[in-house]
Ligand binder design. Sequence first.
Ligand code: ADP
Ligand code: MG
Length: 563
Amino acid sequence: ETQKETLGFQTEVKQLLHLMIHSMYSNKEIFLRELISNASDASDKLRFEAIAQPELLESDPELRIRLSADETAKTLTIEDNGIGMTRAEVIENLGTIAKSGTAAFMQQLSGDQQKDASLIGQFGVGFYSAFIVADKVEVFTRRAGADAEEGVHWESAGEGEFSIATINKPERGTRIVLHLKAAESEFADGWRLRNIVKKYSDHISLPIELPKQHMGDDKDQPVEVEWESVNRASALWTRPRTEVTDEEYQEFFKHVAHDFENPLSWSHNKVEGKLEYTSLLYVPGRAPFDLYQREAPRGLKLYVQRVFIMDDAEQFLPLYLRFIKGVVDSNDLSLNVSREILQKDPAIDSMKSALTKRVLDMLEKLAKKKQEEYATFWKEFGSVLKEGPAEDFANREKIAALLRFASTAQTDDSEVVGLDAYIERMVEGQDKIYYLTGERYSQVKNSPHLEIFRKKGIEVLLLTDRIDEWLMSHLNEYQGKQFVDIARGDLDLGQLEGDEDKQAQEEAAKAKQDLVKRIQEVLKDGVEEVKVSHRLTDSPAVLVINEDGMGMQMRKILEATGQ
Ligand code: ADP
Ligand code: MG
């Protein structure tokens, strides 16, 4: 070893390590999935780079992952012949966390193990999960194309620091050696390993090999290791739907999404015709920590004829569906396709609209068939979906059908009312969808604006999300029924008002003319106009916004920004 140095982990890595070790205990097997997932990614990257530079494959073109264990030494080794890392890459990848917003995220951690475990899940556990079962981890790696003398040895006990040195490593790729904690020696058992690999990694598209197990091996006889593949090793999305089990779909999701919980739903399709491609799209079970960060990675994993091309291809779905994870494998694109080319290619636009429709259909199905899952979806991603009508005018009716709101038909603030359900409950003569926006549920639910609606038994949607007013400004109607903000202008209840109601109103207005005048004089410029209203049954007065005036939330937002 030469050029050995000891470096400290970035603060966030230390925090993550500490939490991981203390809160992931009941989930410890996942470390193997993470390391195999990384080995598979590293092979994908090499295969991609080798398209332009075939010499990177050196004399070793068969990509595979090998696992071996030493029960006596209590070590577990995971080895790939993928892309490998340079010294600088090792320091960057295994010493820091590059995701933006990480520091802010770490501050949310509470020390409550269960809560933090679920937060870490949102964040993704990755390489550092090795320290759940190991008290020392060594990484030996060499970048494809680099000289043998440019190998790197990284070593850490998962506390504050790691050491790094230059070594000679003739074989390309990465070997990770876990020195298992005394209590975790089960992971050095060949049969146990085999079972975990089968369970978690059958969908990995390259062979995962273990030494062949011989019953009654003579331990004293050294024999050349024979490797055998234990997984199916074919790209999951290329298999027919009927031959893939739910468990396999779920495991594959965890690999592509870097998540460790199951997805809520998925949609797997092969498209033939003018454009040929396969897509496998997932709705995750929870939002990532950086869902609202502009720079956060999003998009699908792109393959061309089964060859991995890029992560986070964002050209295939609109921004308001950025939470969708999955792969798209095209038969038509060139292997040299780049982000710039994707941006300009009109074929991508038509794929984008087809994939968008797939996602909306999948959500519609989820809403119809699995209400509990849909409620989870709404809680996690509802606010993002609300960006849809503004971004995707053509699909706004479809998106509107997926929206859920709180409503006066509900006794609490749960957002469970869809527009179809609202329409079904409309009273005789009602032809509009009424809503009220505000900052908090507790405030809108007691609004005087609701009095007349309560009296007449008409349901009103209660909108308190910051984005709601903006959303409603892009939704004029649904199923031919106009949306009406009940806090605006002259409330016209149309058919819902009987002739007596109207006559009584006119008489009241006449009788109160003088009062109105006096109030107008007192309030002067504070209001635009004072009117006698039929809106109220109990309260004496209410503030109303002009038909074309700016909404209350918008006013607040502008006031807050000093405009
Ligand atoms: P993620 O996989 O989500 O990027 P990880 O913590 O699992 O995060 O890994 C961090 C980074 O370390 C990877 O992005 C990759 O660049 C590098 N890495 C990890 N394992 C390997 C490997 N076996 N070969 C090459 N690079 C690796
Ligand atoms: Mg990873």
